[in-house]
Design a binder for this molecule. Structure first.
Ligand SMILES: N[C@@H](CCC(=O)N[C@@H](CS)C(=O)NCC(=O)O)C(=O)O
Length: 214
């Protein structure tokens, strides 16, 4: 049997995406919690830094293969374990799904990452109020364009009526938006799809509050 270990953190959106993928594909895995807050951030400790010099979670070990970057990890899982496909095979849909996923995971998520917020609050001395404004602003900018794109692509889910990589990126990003009180009434399509997805058992099992380190 394949030994599979996910190094993550309950509130990490990138680890959350991978947890959903593993659950949808019904793959067993054990979790190792890397506490991003305590002890100066365990992602910076030598043993984790040796595993991933980027000092970011997640890392997935699949047998002897070490994988980083959530989008790349999910693409790997989709190729290796084709049950419940997450990236369509048809060319137009495939690249639309990848682009929408990147709209979230590359254009929205990284500028609100923990280390960015720590820099804003520390070196740049932003108050908590201003830091939260920053956070909300970049989600709202990203969600406004995403909402327009989903008006074209969505059905039941982000890409028609099939679950896809975009859905795995959407739910953790909406979780973050809610944490920072983004007014989701401005984004009815995102809100509708998120409400559908968060009732799915694979998404429920992957939710931050349901992780052992929560
Ligand atoms: N592009 C990476 C992003 C990984 C990432 O930003 N992880 C965050 C948690 S969501 C992290 O480890 N942050 C630690 C820090 O900022 O120090 C991926 O998709 O895997």
């Amino acid at each position: 049997m394949t030994e599979r270990t996910l190094y993550g953190y309950w509130r990490s959106s990138a680890a959350y995406r991978v947890r959903i993928a593993l659950n949808l594909k019904k793959l067993d895995y054990q979790q190792v919690s890397v506490n991003l807050i305590k002890n100066g951030g365990e992602q910076h400790h030598a043993h984790y830094s040796a595993l991933n010099p980027s000092e970011l979670v997640p890392v997935l070990i699949d047998d002897n293969l070490k994988l980083t970057q959530s989008l790349s990890i999910i693409e790997y899982l989709d190729e290796q374990y084709p049950q419940c496909p997450l990236i369509p095979s048809e060319t137009e849909a495939k690249y639309r799904v990848k682009a929408l996923a990147q709209d979230i995971a590359i254009d929205i998520h990284p500028i609100n990452n923990l280390r960015i917020l720590q820099y804003l609050a520390g070196e740049l001395e932003l108050t908590d109020v201003k830091k939260a404004d920053w956070y909300r602003h970049w989600i709202e900018v990203g969600f406004h364009s995403l909402e327009k794109k989903l008006a074209q692509s969505s059905g039941h889910y982000c890409e028609g009526d099939s679950l896809s990589l975009v859905d795995l990126c959407l739910v953790p990003q909406v979780y973050n938006a809610n944490r920072f009180n983004v007014d989701m009434n401005a984004f009815p399509i995102i809100e509708r799809i998120n409400n559908t997805l968060t009732m799915h058992p694979a998404f429920i099992a992957a939710a931050p509050e349901n992780q052992p380190d929560a």
